[in-house]
Design a protein around this ligand. Structure first.
Ligand SMILES: [Zn+2]
Length: 385
């Protein structure tokens, strides 16, 4: 199977792409290599004219909850957040009243993400003694069903608190069943014992040889202390480049110089930061994170769930929000933002996986600023949208 796509706009001009066996096998400049293009077309099993659409790599959503949203359900008016404890109880009740199964809802959201060109996600999935492994079993089936469209990492997530909900055992069982990472939430604020909660997470992770992704909303010094201890434990456990902290609002609450030592420790330990780019509170400063060299990725987090009615799973829109929040107006910074929502390159090379999307825009920086509809999405060389 040889697919030839003509008139694809890359940063270096209009090109013809040749795709075979899920990979890009030729990138031919249309201004100079007309003979090569004619040869490629003659031996193609399928050809397509992109008519000047802009090439972008497919997107990654590194923080979502496929099991918790209400998309596909009736509209559910939300109660405003009061305290974490009261909202956790509210969420449990609300999820219990939904009409579709976890698997049905998860698929609805995953399909919507694919429509937006997202082909890689990290989803947290609730596990605790009450919900058991039911949600995880459903998400594992969806992962299997969508494996040609989307790469899915699963975090075993004790939303009600690892210690607080006595979830140590169920998290271990979740990893044995197929979850990829250990989750956790606010070791100090929710579990009430930062050291013991973190130790438990790292013990579970090292025993099972898995990574970690911690939800950290705790602000101020408790938040920063948690990050520093998290970095130390990452080093001690030999889990460099396999651990992440999501949110870490505390990094945006104090001055740049106050948080710099903590950021340096995260960089040294290879801890990734993941943000949903909140606009109603501080978050890690993008430019400071970039200058420090900490690995940074974006995610949707709440999409029409018990916590927020906002969001639709479009990571191009999320990246655009990040750049706008930081007032990144230069081409260099606009283009640099793609690295936080994609592992792919803006200019494909021969041998790259053919995972990309095509959009109507003047160029990639214009696409980041204007968030156009996705005209086509390709995964492993196949058009999936
Ligand atoms: Zn979350």
């Amino acid at each position: 199977m040889k697919l030839v796509i003509d008139n694809v706009l890359l940063p270096t001009g209009t090109h013809t792409l040749v795709i075979e066996e899920g990979k890009i096998t030729q990138v031919i400049a249309e201004s100079t290599d007309q003979d090569q293009i004619i040869n490629a077309r003659q031996s193609a099993s399928e050809s397509w004219n992109a008519a000047g659409l802009v090439y972008l790599p497919t997107l990654a959503d590194m923080h979502c909850h496929l099991d918790k949203h209400h998309i596909g359900e009736r509209w559910i008016p939300l109660e405003p957040f009061q305290t974490l404890e009261s909202h956790l109880a509210y969420e449990k009740k609300l999820l219990g009243g939904l009409t579709q199964t976890v698997g049905e809802r998860a698929k609805v959201l995953a399909e919507q993400m694919i429509d937006f060109g997202t082909t890689r996600i990290r989803t947290h999935v609730d596990v605790d003694p009450e919900v058991g492994l039911r949600n995880l079993e459903a998400i594992l089936r969806v992962r299997e069903e969508l494996c040609d469209y989307m790469d899915m990492e699963i975090v075993a997530f004790p939303q009600q608190g690892l210690i607080r909900s006595s979830s140590e055992q169920i998290v271990k069982e979740a990893l044995a069943l197929g979850a990829d990472l250990v989750g956790g939430v606010d070791p100090a604020g929710l579990d009430g014992d930062m050291e013991r909660s973190l130790q438990m997470m790292f013990d579970i992770a090292t025993t099972a040889d898995k990574g970690i992704d911690l939800h950290l909303h705790d602000g101020g010094e408790p938040g920063l202390a948690t990050l520093r201890r998290f970095a130390e434990l990452t080093m001690e456990a030999g889990l460099q480049h396999r651990t992440a902290v999501s949110h870490a609002y505390c990094l945006g609450e104090q001055t740049e110089s106050d948080v710099q030592p903590t950021l340096d420790m995260l960089k040294h330990a290879g801890v990734t930061l993941v943000s949903s780019v909140p606009i109603d509170r501080p978050m890690p400063r993008g430019s400071q994170v970039l200058d420090t060299g900490v690995n940074f990725m974006l995610g949707s987090d709440n999409i029409r769930d018990a916590w927020s009615p906002f969001g639709n799973g479009d990571m191009l829109q999320r990246a655009s929000r990040m750049a706008e929040r930081e007032n990144w107006v230069s081409d260099e910074r606009l283009l640099g933002t793609y690295a936080w929502v994609s592992n792919g390159k803006l200019t494909p090379s021969v041998g790259d996986p053919a995972d990309f999307m095509l959009v109507r825009a003047l160029n990639a920086q214009h696409a980041l600023a204007s968030v156009p509809a996705r005209s086509a999405v390709f995964k492993k060389g196949k058009r999936i949208r």
